[in-house]
Design a protein around this ligand. Structure first.
Ligand code: 9PG
Length: 520
């Protein structure tokens, strides 16, 4: 462990090569910058008290860095920062993958999993320090920024899995002259997670779907989750030896979704690599050139791999292979991705949890303490703390809403989300042309055509053209519940780990979706 006196960093940034490094602080800081592992994990400035463990635990592999789920001290993936009473910050950040930062009493320390690596440490004004860190990361991992991010219509946040060929074709026609660059088909087109062929709802096949989109003058986008599979998939049944296992030979859980347990591919297995390359080429051959690859954390879970290498390094290598296979001319958006390994490998990265047509779900936020589940407040909170990534690649804050039908967000909340899109310079929506009013249609039209001047005035305050927008009220985290409510919360957490409970909730969701489909 290399120990650095704080005074050595106070006047100028430092790069340190070490497996472990620690900085002894001169005073107890006021705040800690927690940087979550992947797109959906929390990023936020908080006080130094322990955060409640988010629940249900069955979701840990798919929402956080599960290795640190029980850690009480403030900590985060690759980087951490502390804020002192004078407003200055000290940042310690890794310059390569497989690293973690932790604050124990007055000691800020960083640790690489396997070998030595480089650390960046700097003290001063928050924006300057984060910009310097990003610059150093860019030098090592690469900057991949194209001129401007495409404007995207995405099927997920209005139709979820109820997409089918007739409804999508109708929507593509009705989008008229709205200035979208990409129409992206999300989850719901595939036979199963792992079985990436068109399902019965797309009888004309994927070529025809891409053709239809291109005939409207836009690029065709497609969602896939290539690094994992459900237990019921053909892929899992036929290739059990392709899946990640632990030291005892047991399958590693990649969480639970789509009403089923999920398993992760071992992306260092030569046959898996061939399969992934063929899949990326297949998607391109269908005619899609905007790829939203999702649930990518599955490529970086802890396990015993075919090739013995650190898990995030293995994941980064897999991204490189998929990027090469899809071609540099494709637009590659990563989602549910561990952040640092994706830098330099993709064009854009989702930097927060999903938005939803609700502001905050009381059960998930206040009883399960889960800041990763879909919800607009969760999304804004984490995105606003990850803007520093914007100098390295396009940052996707998720979609903005304009429609009021089926949407419980207030006008102010919807405006905040639209402003977040301006701040990130990444514009997307899922609104249905048949649901939005004339007024909402024209608001969406002007949103897509506007690039306002955005300047950041402080951590949470932005000037957007002549308006001042303050995101501070959004970022607060719910307090731990005590007494009977605390017990109830624990019980809910326990229930949330049961497969039958998760399947029951899925059934309710599916029913609601069916109703939605019928109303279209
Ligand atoms: C499709 C969706 C959309 C969406 C993605 C991703 O359990 N979870 O915490 C969880 C978080 C996000 C999520 C699904 C589950 O959504 O972010 O845009 O593509 O998958 O299934």
């Amino acid at each position: 462990m290399i120990s650095i006196p704080f005074t050595e960093i106070q006047n100028q940034p430092k790069i340190i090569k070490a497996k472990e490094v620690s900085i002894q602080l001169s005073a107890r800081p006021d705040k800690y910058y927690r940087h979550g592992w992947q797109s959906w994990s929390l990023a936020a400035w908080t006080d130094l008290s322990p955060l409640p463990i988010q629940k249900p635990a069955i979701f840990h592999p798919l929402q956080i860095n599960a290795e640190f789920a029980q850690e009480k001290n403030p900590n985060g993936s690759w980087l951490g920062a502390v804020e002192f009473s004078d407003g200055n910050i000290l940042l310690l950040g890794a310059l390569s993958t497989d690293a973690h930062v932790l604050l124990v009493e007055n000691q800020l320390s960083g640790q690489f999993d396997a070998d030595d690596g480089e650390w960046f440490a700097a003290f001063g004004q928050e924006d300057v320090v984060f910009a310097e860190y990003a610059e150093q990361l860019g030098n090592r991992l690469g900057k991949l920024k194209k001129n401007s991010a495409p404007r995207v219509w995405c099927s997920w946040y209005s139709l979820y899995t109820i997409i089918d060929e007739p409804i999508l074709n109708k929507i593509f026609d009705k989008l008229g002259n709205l200035p979208f660059d990409v129409l992206q088909v999300d989850d719901g087109w595939q036979v199963n997670i792992g079985d990436w062929q068109a399902n019965y709802k797309f009888p004309s096949g994927m070529n025809a779907l891409a053709e239809k989109i291109k005939s409207t003058g836009r690029r065709a986008g497609l969602w896939l989750a290539p690094l994992l599979a459900t237990k019921s998939s053909k892929l899992f049944c036929e290739h059990k030896d392709w899946f990640l296992r632990d030291d005892y030979g047991r399958l590693v859980s990649a969480g639970f979704n789509w009403g089923e347990p999920l398993y992760a591919l071992d992306t260092t297995h030569p046959d898996v690599i061939l399969w992934l390359v063929a899949l990326m080429q297949q998607v391109r051959a269908w005619g899609f050139d905007y790829l939203k690859l999702d649930f990518l954390y599955a490529g970086a879970l802890k396990g015993k791999r075919y090739k013995n290498m650190p898990r995030e390094a293995a994941y980064r290598e897999c991204l490189r292979v998929m990027r090469e296979a899809m071609g540099m001319d494709a637009f590659f958006l990563t989602c549910g991705t561990p952040i640092l390994p994706a830098i330099g490998m993709c064009d854009a990265i989702r930097i927060g949890p999903d938005v939803s047509h609700d502001w905050e779900n009381y059960r998930n936020a206040h009883l399960l303490y889960n800041p990763s589940t879909p919800g607009t407040r969760n999304a804004i909170r984490t995105v606003i703390h990850r803007l520093w990534l914007g100098s390295l690649l396009h940052i996707d804050p998720d979609i903005a809403y304009f429609e009021s039908k089926g949407n419980s967000l207030t006008t102010e909340q919807k405006t905040l989300l639209q402003d977040l899109a301006y701040v990130c310079n990444f514009k997307a929506t899922s609104d249905l042309p048949q649901w939005i009013t004339e007024k909402e249609f024209s608001e969406l039209h002007s949103f897509l055509n506007t690039t306002p001047k955005v300047t950041q005035q402080s951590r949470y305050i932005f000037q957007i053209d002549d308006r001042t927008v303050d995101f501070e009220s959004v970022v607060l985290l719910p307090k731990t519940k005590r007494g009977p409510l605390g017990l109830w919360a624990d019980f809910l957490g326990w229930l949330g780990d049961r497969h039958f409970v998760l399947r029951f909730f899925k059934m309710l969701d599916d029913n609601a979706l069916r109703k939605r489909r019928n109303s279209l």
